[in-house]
Ligand binder design. Structure first.
Ligand code: SAM
Ligand code: DTB
Ligand code: SF4
Length: 330
């Protein structure tokens, strides 16, 4: 089977909604990649991966939930939505607690520290406290990332001034599936914040979740949206749904593991220069499954025994896996 080559466009520092983006990858070209025989797809992904990245290097970021639960939004996958009533609301952490967690992550070998908050978006006084956290974590010699929800005018600039390297804000799913999963904000809102982040000169971390009962076509449409951004995200987290009790998606049908590996491989081919992050869902994956994901082009992970509210493989298990596979942490 032949797969049409991407149309290359070169416009720097811009994120545009898929509706108006130049089509670098059509959804059907992405679907054709998904439809390849598994071995052909992985071979192509390895070729692209080796052309653009060190084949054995894997970047490690540690996550910390700096403000947990009580979120006003209704994302169908998320345990932190107040209306799903599963996670106790906690206040924004104290600066000292954040610094201690970042230092511990650095001591364990993480190169980036990502702070997540269960907000629709930050209030000004909250943003001020987050900027202090960013500056303090940066001073430890780590890269910084935050995910705080939607940003208002001027907030991205404040984060940039504080020393922020990355802002995580996912498109999460295909445009046609989005309002079946989330009703309190739209994908257009997400693009609006992504544009503010780019404009401020912060690197973009943007991906999505698979395994929410979406079709393969929807997975292809999500990857096409990401790949067609004028500047594709520097970092693309691919999360496998962790079905959380009490959420509308708690009984979502499990995704075929090979389909998850295919999603990683297609992301790698469609976004050759991006870091592709094997994100949520790793705790449920075997070592063999993770090895396939690295072979498919994943080159970053979340590292440390907790994501935001759910578990992640213990650092020791990851160390052992890296040693067995000859992977080099960066
Ligand atoms: N409130 C902010 C937002 O929505 O952008 C930041 C935190 S939110 C928890 C960050 C991301 O975590 C979501 O965009 C989603 O991709 C991912 N996520 C949340 N719950 C998940 C779950 N149960 N399984 C997999 N990924 C999940
Ligand atoms: C991302 O794409 N995945 C991370 C990070 N960005 C913030 C979060 C995963 C959350 C998994 C569910 C939880 O721990 O609550
Ligand atoms: Fe709130 Fe983010 Fe969870 Fe949505 S994903 S409910 S915005 S914390």
């Amino acid at each position: 089977m032949t797969v049409s080559a991407p149309v290359v466009i070169h416009k720097k520092n811009a994120v545009v909604p898929s509706a108006s983006a130049t089509v670098r990858w059509s959804v059907s070209a992405i679907e054709a990649l998904f439809d390849l025989p598994f071995n052909d797809l992985l071979f192509r992904a390895q070729e692209v991966h080796r052309r653009h990245h060190d084949a054995n290097a894997v970047q490690r970021s540690t996550l910390l939930s700096i403000k947990t639960g009580g979120c006003s939004e209704d994302c169908g996958y998320c345990s932190q939505a107040a209306r799903h009533g599963e996670v106790q609301r906690e206040d924004l952490l104290a600066l000292e607690e954040v610094i201690a967690a970042a230092q511990a992550a650095k001591d364990k070998g993480a190169s980036r520290f990502c702070m997540g908050a269960a907000w629709r978006g930050p209030k000004e006084k909250d943003l001020e406290r987050v900027t202090e956290m960013v500056t303090a974590v940066k001073a430890l010699g780590m890269e910084t990332c935050v995910t705080l929800g939607m940003l208002k005018q001027g907030q991205a600039e404040k984060l940039k001034e504080a020393g922020l390297d990355y802002y995580n804000h996912n498109l999460d799913t295909a445009p046609e599936f989005y309002d079946q999963v989330i009703s309190t904000h739209s994908q257009a809102d997400r693009f609006d914040t992504l544009a503010k982040v780019r404009e401020a000169g912060i690197k973009v971390c943007c991906g999505g979740i698979v395994g929410m009962g979406e079709t393969r076509g929807a997975r292809a449409a999500l990857l096409a949206e990401l790949a067609n951004m004028e500047t594709p995200p520097e970092s693309v987290p691919i999360n496998e749904l962790v079905p959380m009790p009490g959420t509308p998606l708690e009984n979502a049908p499990p995704l075929d593991p090979f389909e998850f590996v295919r999603t990683i491989a297609v992301a790698r081919i469609a976004m050759p220069q991006s870091m592709v992050r094997l994100s949520a869902g790793r705790q449920q994956m075997s070592d063999e499954m993770q090895a396939l994901c690295f072979l498919a082009g994943a080159n970053s992970i979340f590292y440390g025994d907790k994501l935001l509210t759910t578990g992640n493989p213990e650092a020791d298990r990851d160390e052992a896996l890296f040693a067995r596979l000859g992977l080099i942490p960066v």
